[in-house]
Design a protein around this ligand. Structure first.
Ligand SMILES: Nc1ncnc2c1ncn2[C@@H]1O[C@H](COP(=O)(O)OP(=O)(O)O)[C@@H](O)[C@H]1O
Ligand SMILES: [Mg+2]
Length: 241
């Protein structure tokens, strides 16, 4: 469903991606794991059309989408839950969720989708009329995902959903990600923290300094010395932990 080929992205003189290639089949969860500054957010922002690539190809369902505007990509089913969540703290939970459906005209289906999102995250039902700024970090992450779901995405891009969350909350967020996969969603998730994402994903790519340094089935990557070397960089691989 998503094919990225030889993607190069720079911010002025700063090279963020140097020839990234990656594939994501329909219904798969794929994780991209890498340290801070590896280029993970840039990868998602480029797929979502927010950041422009210098070179390479991004194909969505067979069609080339590089250079297509973010609104157009959203209407074609690409939803990004950005790093830091970007929820509106002064708006209520209800209002934030509704923002995910602003371009939809099928009101009754929207109401049903809100119910489904609240079933997935019952805490949001409890907090429905509260200001989003009062939510905990984990609740805000759930809200950001719920809002993205209201657009009925075909491809969900999750940027560090576990960042800054306590382990129990991370588990709740990943339980929801699992549930979305069970429902057939295609998900590309990027994380610094290795364990949860790799455990959840069908396959994982390791990214370091703008390049994919390793890839494979999650179960085969995790805990191997080669994985550590790919994550930390070849030199830092030995004894870095
Ligand atoms: N808006 C920006 N302007 C300039 N440099 C940026 C910008 N965003 C990211 N970078 C740089 O691009 C590289 C990759 O960043 P990023 O994609 O955010 O990595 P990650 O999400 O893996 O931490 C880093 O060197 C970072 O400093
Ligand atoms: Mg990032």
């Amino acid at each position: 469903m998503l094919t990225i080929t030889d993607l190069h992205v720079s911010y002025g003189n700063i090279v963020a991606l140097r020839g990234v290639s990656l594939e994501l089949a329909e219904g798969e969860i794929v994780a991209v794991i890498g340290p801070n500054g590896a280029g993970k957010s840039t990868l998602l922002l480029t797929v979502a059309g927010v950041v422009r690539a210098k070179q390479g190809e991004v194909r969505l369902g067979g069609a080339s989408v590089l250079g297509v505007a973010p609104e157009v990509l959203a209407s074609r089913g690409v939803a990004l839950v950005p790093e830091g969540r970007h929820i509106f703290g002064s708006l209520t939970v209800a209002e934030n969720i509704a923002l995910g459906a602003t371009t939809r005209r099928d009101r009754q289906a929207v109401v049903a989708d809100i119910e489904r999102a609240l079933d997935m995250f019952p805490i949001l039902r409890e907090r429905y009329r509260q200001r989003a700024g009062k939510l905990s970090g984990g609740e805000q992450q759930m809200l950001a995902i719920a809002r993205a779901l209201l657009a009925r995405p075909k491809l969900l891009l999750l940027d560090e959903p576990s960042l800054g969350l306590a382990p129990l909350i991370v588990r709740q967020v990943y339980d929801a990600i699992f549930e979305l996969k069970r429902q057939g969603m295609t998900i590309l998730v990027v994380e610094q923290s290795v364990h949860r994402a790799v455990a959840a994903a069908d396959r994982a790519y390791v990214m370091n300094s703008g390049q994919i340094t390793m890839s494979g089935r999650s179960s085969e990557l995790h805990g191997t010395a080669a994985f550590d070397a790919a994550y930390f960089g070849v030199d830092a691989g030995k004894g870095a932990r």
